[in-house]
Structure formats: structure tokens, C-alpha cells
Design a protein around this ligand. Structure first.
Ligand code: FMN
Length: 193
């Protein structure tokens, strides 16, 4: 039996992405977004959904560029702060002491201290309702030099990205690897009837 909860966006898990943009005076800003993720493999695209009330929304409309920055576990406090404070009131880079680096390709800053940074060019804007979805084509993906392909420690375990649970509003860490994708399902596919 199932119980209905009504129309709710119950998707587990959601990522913790920090979206960085420049304003019209070239000031960098960072905001946290959990409504986002990969949306196309070729061309490589990611989607983020922002409310019009955010400072970042206006920056995105102006510059048509942003970066996605993936915080590691040890930056959970900064990631949360970027989601509860607005550039309308305070300079979030000054307050956290994190470094805003000018991107190589797009007109947006990225956060040096976060292990993964994607430079994105806005290619589509979709009005959905409370949120507006920005589709960004990934022009470059950067990763910390210290992070390497290792047999005993997959990249995700080195990055230690955060997971957000929309209902409880808690942050989680990545758990253990349990199976190999595009592989474990063969045990069922190959079953004889
Ligand atoms: C975990 C978390 C996830 C969030 N996800 C989103 C999101 O996907 N879209 C959005 O518009 N706001 C989201 N927010 C709220 C914004 O980050 C917040 O309104 C922020 O102050 C906007 O910053 P800005 O005004 O400097 O752009 C989230 C906040 C937190 C803490």
C-alpha cells in the first residue's frame, strides 16, 4: 500500500551546487542551489533553477554565464551560508574569505577552494513558475590537481560532495559504493525463464 502526499517534488537525493556569477559592476557572488543537475550529455549541459528574487537571477540574466562549484564536506558551513545570505545585503566572498577566480572562458567567477568547477554558458532560459530554469552548456570542467583516478579511492570519495534532503533540510555525506552501474543489472538481464 502507498499513501499519497499530494503534488510534491520528492526527489532523493539532490546535489548541493554553489552557483557563481558577476553583477553589473563585476562583483562576484555565490548562491547555493539544490534544484539542479546534469540535463544533457552532448552538448554537455547542466540545469539550475532560481527564484527571481535572488541577486544571482539578475546576474544570470545580465551575463548569461555562471559556474557550478561543488563544495566538499569541509565547506558545509560556507555552502549553507551561501544559501541563507543574499548579495542584496552582504558580500559573501568577503565574509567567507573564499577566493573568487575569474573563469578562463565564461564571464563568471569560480571558487578556488571547492574541488570541482564547471564553466557554463546559458543557452536556454525556461520560465516554470516560482523558479526559472537556466540551462548552461559546460564550456570547461576543472578539478583539483590533487584529485586523481585511483583504484582504491574513486573520485567521488576524494571530492566528498554534499547531499541535500529537501524534506528534512539536512545535509548528508556520500555513503559506500554498493555496485557497479551498467553491470550489476546483467544478473537479471541474463536470467533464464
Ligand atoms: C541547501 C539550499 C539549497 C537551495 N537551493 C536553491 C535553489 O535551487 N534555487 C533557489 O532559487 N534558491 C535556493 N536556495 C536559496 C538561495 O541560495 C538563497 O535565496 C540565497 O540567499 C540567494 O543568494 P543571492 O540573493 O545572493 O543570489 C537554497 C538554499 C539552500 C540553503
Amino acid at each position: 500500500m502507498k499513501k499519497s502526499l499530494g503534488a510534491k517534488t520528492l526527489v532523493y537525493p539532490t546535489p548541493v551546487l554553489v552557483v557563481c556569477t558577476y553583477d553589473n559592476e563585476g562583483n562576484p557572488n555565490a548562491m547555493t542551489a539544490a534544484w539542479g543537475g546534469i540535463c544533457c550529455s552532448s552538448p554537455p549541459c547542466v540545469a539550475i533553477s532560481l527564484r527571481k528574487a535572488t541577486y544571482s537571477y539578475s546576474n544570470l540574466m545580465l551575463k548569461k554565464a555562471f559556474t557550478i562549484n561543488i563544495p566538499s564536506e569541509n565547506y558545509v558551513k560556507e555552502a549553507d551560508y551561501f544559501g541563507i545570505a543574499s548579495r542584496n545585503k552582504e558580500d559573501k566572498f568577503a565574509k567567507t574569505g573564499l577566493s573568487a577566480v575569474k573563469s578562463d572562458i565564461v564571464d563568471a567567477p569560480y571558487i578556488r577552494e571547492f574541488p570541482v568547477n564547471l564553466e557554463c554558458k546559458v543557452i536556454q532560459i525556461i520560465e516554470l513558475g516560482l523558479h526559472t530554469q537556466f540551462i548552461g552548456e559546460v564550456m570547461d570542467a576543472k578539478i583539483d590537481e590533487t584529485i586523481q583516478e585511483k583504484v582504491d579511492q574513486p573520485i567521488i570519495e576524494q571530492i566528498k560532495p554534499l547531499i541535500f534532503a529537501p524534506d528534512s533540510r539536512n545535509y548528508y555525506a556520500v555513503g559506500n559504493q554498493i555496485a557497479q552501474a551498467f553491470s550489476i543489472g546483467n544478473e537479471i538481464k541474463g536470467k533464464m525463464f
